[in-house]
Design a protein. Structure first.
Length: 185
């Protein structure tokens, strides 16, 4: 069954919306920066969400919508199998950024292009909110960094300290929304 990828509303996000969602990432290598240059090192860890973390994510998505942000979802047979969101609080010295806070696809649905579709919808949502760029605190896993690089994301020109403080190992990326060659297909 093919996923329907579309903007979500509060009605699409009951508190148990992620009940069957498998947020699991096994990391074996990470990318990091040393004096502006990427390096890769071995670093094994597993990120797997508990039911409490899934509930917190749904609450965050609901809050995002209530505050004028944008949420996209991938739905298969009535089940949310992927989601992403753009916050509505401008960031950066010129208020040029909106944050892409979440972008996740349930483990069994990865590799089907759903992440790219969710990203594309979030770009449109950010453009509608007059952002110049998306700001992304991106997980350091090599696979995650490859995903963002394939979309055209680059190191952020300006680091947003409050986002960096949440996950100091994350690489701070941006995606230019207007002009250039950054139109995600």
């Amino acid at each position: 069954m093919e996923a329907a990828v579309r903007p979500l509303t509060l009605e699409d996000l009951p508190l148990d919306a992620l009940k069957g969602f498998h947020r699991c990432q096994v990391t074996r290598q990470v990318k990091y920066l040393v004096q502006g240059e990427y390096k890769i090192k071995d670093d094994y860890f597993v990120d797997e969400w508990t039911e409490a973390q899934k509930l917190r994510a749904v609450q965050d998505l609901r809050r995002c919508l209530e505050q004028g942000g944008f949420v996209a979802g991938a739905i298969v047979g009535g089940t949310l199998v992927g989601f992403a969101n753009v916050e509505n609080t401008p960031l950066g010295s010129r208020k040029q950024y909106l944050e892409l806070r979440y972008i996740h696809v349930s483990r069994e649905y990865r590799g089907q292009g759903l992440g790219r579709q969710l990203f594309r919808l979030c770009c449109e949502g950010a453009r509608q909110r007059r952002a110049e760029k998306l700001y992304i605190g991106a997980h350091p896993a090599v696979e995650t960094q490859a995903f963002y690089a394939a979309l055209g994301c680059v190191l952020a020109e300006e680091v947003v300290p409050e986002i960096l403080a949440l996950e100091p190992r994350d690489l701070q990326l941006e995606y230019i929304l207007h002009g250039g060659n950054n139109e995600v297909n």
